[in-house]
Design a protein. Structure first.
Length: 352
């Protein structure tokens, strides 16, 4: 359910733990201002830091957390505290916002849907006066629409500061939850029809799987709502009023996603109740059929048992019509009982 890379108990604050599967960092920089855009792949942190100036905004995007030397170089050049660097490397952290001397740290939880499975990933954002530095666990993200907006040189994006770019990144993280919820909404509708028509244990396992995934999504979006609210309400020197206005819309999206998640979780609980009710109804139908069959065979079994005792003085044994008479009585009993069950609505689909 929850796995986090953490140092041994009693380690010094700021101790970094690198996973075996952590990838070597790849550094990509977008440097822009109105009428100008440069996209540069850098070899190291020093090359990325050298691109900073007071006239442009730099988005330094780092994919991969597998090289301690590179990460510590970023920390030194961009004045990232050891505790902040620990929060970047020792993933996952709870989404939060923290202010430091020269930058603002925002930790978000990005969700991607791959082969019908969600892949959570931590994205750490450092907001500076003229740059945004992001750290991702691995290549592949949901930020391509943000990059396209920068390339388009729209009337707002390149003319807004670094805090607006931070908002755009957070907004892309939040909006990426919508297609995931649409996917799970479709799955729940399909499962609802299947459970009503033909309930089986495999469907119940699918419902449990969806409920577990929704819990993971909720654990990601809930603290991000608090993060956005903090950026709106608290006084951060690097967050402009123009950015706060757009963050309010982002906050509304987070609330909508939370409402949808809670609705889907309630629907999962309802589907479990429907499954149990359907199984109970099927068992009742089976028991009804078995009871009717037993009720039909009890009297004729009683008659067969009596005339199967083979006593010598039984009066009907010498009667030439005894055997067909007994069969006729049995047939009459079966017919009368079937008619009576049918008249009561116990046979067929008639209403009671």
């Amino acid at each position: 359910m929850f796995k986090k890379r953490h140092p041994p108990v009693g380690s010094m604050p700021g101790t970094l733990v690198f996973g075996d599967a952590a990838q070597r960092p790849a550094i990509r920089v977008m440097k822009y201002k109105p009428g100008m855009l440069q996209e540069i792949d850098c070899e190291n942190a020093a090359d990325a830091h050298a691109l900073l100036d007071d006239e442009t905004i730099c988005w330094i995007d780092v994919h991969g957390l597998g090289d301690e030397k590179t990460l510590r170089e970023f920390a030194e050049l961009f004045k990232i505290t050891p505790l902040a660097l620990e929060a970047v490397v020792n993933v996952p952290q709870r989404p939060k916002v923290e202010t430091h001397d020269s930058n603002l740290l925002c930790i978000t939880r990005m969700m991607k849907l791959t082969d019908d499975r969600i892949e959570p990933e931590q994205v750490s954002i450092f907001l500076g006066s003229n740059y945004v530095l992001t750290f991702q666990e691995r290549p592949g993200d949901v930020f391509e629409p943000v990059r396209e907006r920068i390339r388009m040189d729209g009337p707002i994006f390149r003319r807004s500061g670094s805090s607006y770019l931070t908002y755009a990144i957070i907004d892309a993280v939040i909006d990426a939850y919508y297609p995931i919820l649409e996917h799970y909404g479709y799955l729940l509708e399909t499962l609802e029809d299947a459970i009503v028509e033909k309930p089986r244990p495999a469907l119940l396992h699918e419902v449990h799987g969806i409920k577990r995934d929704l819990l993971a999504i909720r654990r990601g979006i809930w603290p991000q709502r608090e993060l956005i609210n903090s950026m709106i309400r608290d006084e951060f020197a690097l967050v402009t009023e123009h950015t706060k206005l757009h963050l309010r819309d982002c906050y509304d999206h987070a609330v909508q996603i939370m409402d949808a998640i809670e609705t889907f979780r309630e629907l999962c609980g309802g589907l479990m109740d429907v499954y149990l009710s359907s199984i109970g109804n099927r068992q009742n139908e089976v028991m009804k059929v078995l009871t009717i069959m037993a009720s039909i065979f009890i009297p004729i079994t009683f008659l067969a048992g009596i005339y199967g005792m083979n006593f010598e003085k039984m009066p009907e044994l010498k009667n030439p019509y005894g055997y067909p008479t007994l069969l006729a009585i049995m047939a009459a009993l079966v017919s009368s009982m079937l008619w009576w069950f049918y008249s009561k609505g116990w046979l067929g689909n008639r209403d009671n």
